[in-house]
Unconditional design. Structure first.
Length: 276
């Protein structure tokens, strides 16, 4: 079975690829180009073995059924890319500390949304910075992702030690607990940081209206690169509605909003502000 799955990864047809491309686009907005055939097969091959299926077409037939929501979510969890690390793109955290925080009133609760939080590193990085710079003022962080698998990992807040190499040393000693025994080689995010971050599953294509104009800052980094242009516009416009007038949107350094009809003002490359 394993050898047939491996050879299938080399022979997936354009027709089969198109089926998965349309399915992921419909449910989560993900654009999966034909150049990602090998990725599709490598991510799904083990699951096919577990289910006793011999080809991708059979798996598509399964997850395309409306009642197979759980297995479809399993496929989404497997195919979405979740590479991240603590304090990724450090300039954004410098801007949050030096430029954004001084402009937000300390009287009201500051609310930040990590909108593609993956395994939690971004949200906990923000929490460390806020605890350091805004310790005596109210704040909270909402973190979300489409994948239940990564959200479970994020809530656990236990990371291999190597994942902490970009955490500033003062933060590492203050907010990270070194594991012992069976957890040797890992660190746990301190409970007072964990309890300030709420993780929820969210689909960026279908955000609830109760989130409207709620957040002072939204981090939406390294996710719109996986959408085609019309979907990017829809997602960004939906996210903007969740930002308070005068609030901030931060996207990845490699992501461009050029040419999009958006009600945003550029503050710096990859950092935008919603007009008052």
């Amino acid at each position: 079975m394993n050898s047939s799955i491996e050879s299938m990864a080399l022979d997936v047809s354009d027709e089969e690829m198109l089926l998965f491309q349309q399915l992921f686009k419909r449910y989560i907005g993900l654009y999966l180009p034909f150049s990602k055939k090998a990725l599709l097969c490598s991510r799904l091959s083990r699951r096919l073995v577990e289910l006793g299926l011999s080809d991708l077409r059979g798996y598509y037939a399964l997850i395309s059924q409306p009642q197979e929501e759980a297995e479809r979510q399993r496929a989404i969890d497997l195919i979405t890319t979740n590479e991240t690390y603590f304090f990724r793109e450090q300039k954004h955290f410098d801007a949050l500390r030096d430029d954004i925080l001084p402009q937000i009133s300390a009287r009201n609760e500051m609310k930040i949304w990590s909108a593609a939080s993956s395994t939690g590193e971004e949200a906990y990085s923000i929490a460390m910075l806020l605890d350091d710079c805004r310790a005596h003022h109210p704040w909270s962080i909402q973190a979300s992702d489409i994948s239940q698998r990564v959200l479970t990992f994020a809530r656990r807040a236990l990371y291999p030690m190597v994942r902490g190499e970009h955490i500033p040393k003062p933060y590492l000693s203050r907010y990270c607990l070194c594991g012992t025994g069976e957890y040797e080689g890992h660190f746990l995010i301190d409970q007072r940081i964990r309890r300030r971050v709420a993780f929820e599953q969210r689909n960026l294509l279908n955000l609830p209206t109760e989130m409207d104009e709620k957040f002072d800052v939204v981090f939406l980094r390294n996710v719109i690169i996986y959408f085609d242009f019309p979907t990017k516009v829809d997602v960004i416009q939906g996210v903007i509605r969740k930002i308070r007038p005068g609030g901030w949107l931060i996207v990845g350094h490699s992501e461009s909003l050029h040419g999009m009809p958006l009600d945003l003002q550029m503050f710096a490359p990859s950092i935008y502000r919603r007009p008052l």
